[in-house]
Every structure is written in structure tokens, then in C-alpha cells.
Write a protein that binds this ligand. Sequence first.
Ligand SMILES: *Cc1c(COP(=O)(O)O)cnc(C)c1O
Length: 399
Amino acid sequence: MAIETKNRMSFLDEEIKTLKDEGRFITLRILEGAQKPVSVIDGKKVVNLTSNNYLALATHPKLLAAAKKAIDDYGVGTAAVRTIIGTMDIHEELEKRIAAFKGTESAIVFQSGFATNVAVCQSLMTSPEDLLISDQLNHASIIDGGRLSKATRKIYAHKDMDALKKILESQESRKARRKMIVTDGVFSMDGDIAPLPAIMDLADQYDAFVMVDDAHASGVMGKNGAGTPSHFGLTDRVQIQIGTLSKAIASIGGYVASSKSLRDYMVCTARPFLFSSSHPPSVTATCLAALDVLENEPQHVKKLWENAAMLKEGLRKAGFDTGLSETPITPIMVGDTKKATEFSNRLFDEGVFALAINFPTVPRGKERLRTIVSAGHTPEDLELALEKFAKVGKELRII
Ligand SMILES: *Cc1c(COP(=O)(O)O)cnc(C)c1O
């Protein structure tokens, strides 16, 4: 029996060999202890420039205390989906807080940012007569949401407003029942910002609505970290704001901040909401505490941007190409898979962890290291990192 099963799935050996041949086989690095700006990873203490723990909230005492208290008050899980009996008072409280934070009428929380994007695309775009228009570099969860929707999909070249206009002007677009333009607020691989004012103008001109995924902008950009619509003064014009609770907020989850009617509609139709259980109360309480911290401790966002400026300036001075970055996500362009991987591995030996990003995550020729600085890094951490970047960068003839 066992032998037969093995034979029937021997294709996995072939698939894994292909992954290894193509340099796409992943070995997990193991974090020992908490997610921190300086962490112990695979037994080695390193300056951690890889996590999305932008504000170092993963170990903030107020978040830890809130999570512990919620376990005492509410137990460890809900054992139900939201629509049955998985909605506790704190779940509702969090949605109200998110709406206030984002400056919208209403909000609805999902299990993850990934689930949120899938839910919105699938719920709103239900016919081939609907048109989903997406930036080429949008996140995988938007791509998968589009695939699960019934909509016709069009992709425009990254941030290319002429290309977007062309799609909106097309016959197909003029005949469409609904048109949704979707963009990341901050793009995760390059750290550049969506041209939201131009997108909103085109959307108004061609009667489309806009969904902005601010996974990397929430807690980072705008008033108290409210995101890119706040940053651009477009809060009242952007129809749908997506955010994650898994990055700067340092817990897990995602949300849609929008109108009350969208919330009502999603409660009835969004499949991850209807068919997957709700967050443990400790997660919800952690997120509430994080929003308190964003409101009352503006020093974290300020420090994040100071650290980002220090790292970026140091890298540029050393002669590295930091690409298009305008945010705390700073790529270091390498342009070769082997070299990017070697760069990352050698840095790790030296006590600095920055991830190599290769094809197919980025196009060939655009291989890079990606760094994400946190508010918790000290100037000494960043000086050490810069010294090691320069040392290994010279050794590998990247600079
Ligand atoms: C990380 C990310 C997500 C997924 O968020 P999770 O909460 O981790 O599922 C969605 N969109 C973008 C743009 C992201 O960067």
C-alpha cells in the first residue's frame, strides 16, 4: 500500500528537482525567539532587515499585555465563522477603530490580507462584463483574486498612466458593467509609491472605482500611518482601501475600509468571511492595541523614516543602486541570481540578514537584495549593516 502511494506521487521528486535546478527551492530559515530588529536566526545573531515589522510592534509591551488579557477575558479561539457565532464584541470594536483610523464610513476584517484581496475581487467582479484593471506589479493575492473573479482582466505596465488611460478608453471598457482599478499603494519589491492622484483623476474621468492595497503603507505613510490615500489627501475619493494587520500592525489579518454598503454586501457574499473562522480574540485585541499605539506614540513612524533615510543614504554613498525606492523598502540591485544569493549568504555570515529576491518574483536582470528597515533598529545596528554591505559588496564586485 505504502509503496503504491509513493509511486503514484513520484512526480513530486521530478517537480522538486526542477525547483532545485531553477534555483527556486526554498529552505526555511528559523527564527529563535521573537521577531526583533536584531534576531537570532539559524543560531546566529543578525541585524534583521527582512521582516515587515516596520514599527517593531511585534514585541511592544502594550500589544503583549492586550493579547494576554484577551485570552483571560475571551478564551483562545472563537470556534465559529463570523456569520454564525464567531463575532465577539471586540471584533466589532476593531472594525469601528479601523474605519476611524482610515477615515472611512465602515470596515470589515478578514483572516489575512491575502484573503481580503481574494474576497473583494471575487465579491465585486462577478461577470465577464466587469473589468478588473490591475498594475503589472500588484501583489500575488490581487492576481489570484482576479483569477477567482468572473471579470475580464486587463493589466497595465507598472505605474504607466498612458497605458491605464488606453485601457479605460477601449471599447471593452466603455461597454463594461463595472470597472475597478486596483493598485498596491506601496509596491513590495521596489518600495515605490502608486501615482494615486493620477489614478483617481482617470477613474473619475472614466467612471471606474479604485481599490488601493496599502499592505506596505499602513502604519508607514499618511497621518499616523493611515496609508497612501491619507498621504495624498485622497481619503474622500478612494472608494476601497485594503490593509493588512500582518505587517506594521505585527499581528495577522486584513481589512477593507470603505462604505457601509460594501461592508454589508461583503458580510453576505465574501467567501472567506462566510466559510472560514474568525480571528482568535488575542489577535483582535493585539490589533486594537496597535491602533492605540499608532495614535498615541507617533515617534515610531518618525523613527522608521529616519532609519530608512539613514540606510538609503549610506547605501547610495557606498555606490549601491537602490532602484526606485521612496519608502522604508529599499532594494539593492544586483542583476544576477547567483550573485544576489551569494550576496545574501555572505552578509548572513557577517551578521546581517537581507533577503535575495530572484526570478520569478522579479524579472530577470532585476535580481536584488531587499531590505526593510524597522523603527527598532539603532544607529549602531544600521552602521554595522552598512559596513558589512560595503565589505561584501566590494568582495563580490557589486560596487
Ligand atoms: C503582504 C501583502 C499582502 C498579504 O497580506 P497578509 O496579511 O500577509 O496575508 C497583500 N497585499 C500586499 C500588497 C502585500 O504586500
